[in-house]
Design a binder for this molecule. Sequence first.
Ligand code: NAD
Ligand code: AHE
Ligand code: ZN
Length: 375
Amino acid sequence: MKTRAAVAFEAGKPLEILEVDLEGPKAGEVLIEIKATGICHTDEFTLSGADPEGIFPSILGHEGAGVVVEVGPGVTSVAVGDHVIPLYTPECRQCASCLSGKTNLCTAIRATQGKGLMPDGTSRFSLKGQPIYHYMGCSTFSNYTVMPEIAVAKIDPKAPFDKVFYVGCGVTTGVGAVLNTAKVEVGATAVVFGLGGIGLNVIQGLRLAGADMIIGVDINNSKKEWGERFGMTHFVNPTEIEGDVVAHLINITKRGIDQIGGADYTFDCTGNTRVMRQALEASHRGWGKSVVIGVAGAGQEISTRPFQLVTGRTWMGTAFGGAKGRTDVPRIVDWYMNGKIEIDPMVTHTLRLDDINKGFDLMHRGESIRSVVLY
Ligand code: NAD
Ligand code: AHE
Ligand code: ZN
């Protein structure tokens, strides 16, 4: 069949909107009509050329929602007509990773996914007979896409596509980082670096967990109001304070008779390795946990004095908020439907596929939280 898609032909170049060829689903695969897709900073990261796994030409997009329109042989867990969210972190429930119960990082199809291919080692997308590669196993910048059934979460059919697409990455990553990875407790003190599409969801996750002091850090002052909207109690712009941001954060989190500062939990939602170090060092001596969410470019490394770890801080990371997609994503959609979490205000811009490059411009200018493309 033919499908309209935004194709990334080359790093650093705008996406091109055109019709491409799409083969139907093979065994264990489903064809999905994507109804809505978000533009996440990770799409921009890969398009920029900074992703060591970036492959071109490819169809980016990994944060979407849609409807199953055809199933391949042997598919049992979803049926035609089901409303689904594509999962860039699948959940096969059979691989060593899934069976360990210790991680959400299912390894069943990770190797082929990283090469832009379906599990059988081929691409379903092509143009004039030449393959176009899949992206993060999803390629939601195409109106139709093919996914393995282990990589789709069946959701409440009443959930609006133009909102719950965001559960496909941003919401789950932010809220999950708090609940699944850091396991934040009631009354905690936390610092969130970077108040974009991910950081604001960390903030609403902290509110859900019952954190007391929620400090947001961003170099863009317009993010203060955004953070407050979702539960942030204090805002720090590192470019506007005197001296070092870590010392400042330690100072404002001082408590107890010892007056030792530092947050119980810190989160990097910027992808900047210098900020990742600041986040670790702003966490509390003895028990602080610092969670890396941001994705850093090829060749970049993090560093700190080992003493920071010797003195009891834990440096950890999270992918997809530690969420097991087929199990947790439908629940997070229900949280939205029940009013436990918010999504609507964060979806700031609605675009058509023809205008998808404007979504990247809005992100570059720091004007959007999430842009959604509706098909
Ligand atoms: P975004 O562009 O919406 O937000 C980034 C925010 O960081 C902006 O508000 C920006 O002003 C702020 N910022 C930039 N430099 C800063 C600095 N030095 N100090 C403080 N704030 C700074 O991006 P997003 O969609 O929220 O994504 C954030 C990061 O999370 C990206 O690196 C993305 O690739 C990554 N990500 C990771 C996962 C995961 O599973 N680990 C999932 C989704 C996104
Ligand atoms: N390809 C990059 C890594 C990118 C990355 O870390 N991706 C996150 C999801 S970001 C979603 O917006 C992830 O899930 N990582 C786990 C995994 O298996 O990819 C690189 O550096 O090579
Ligand atoms: Zn993402």
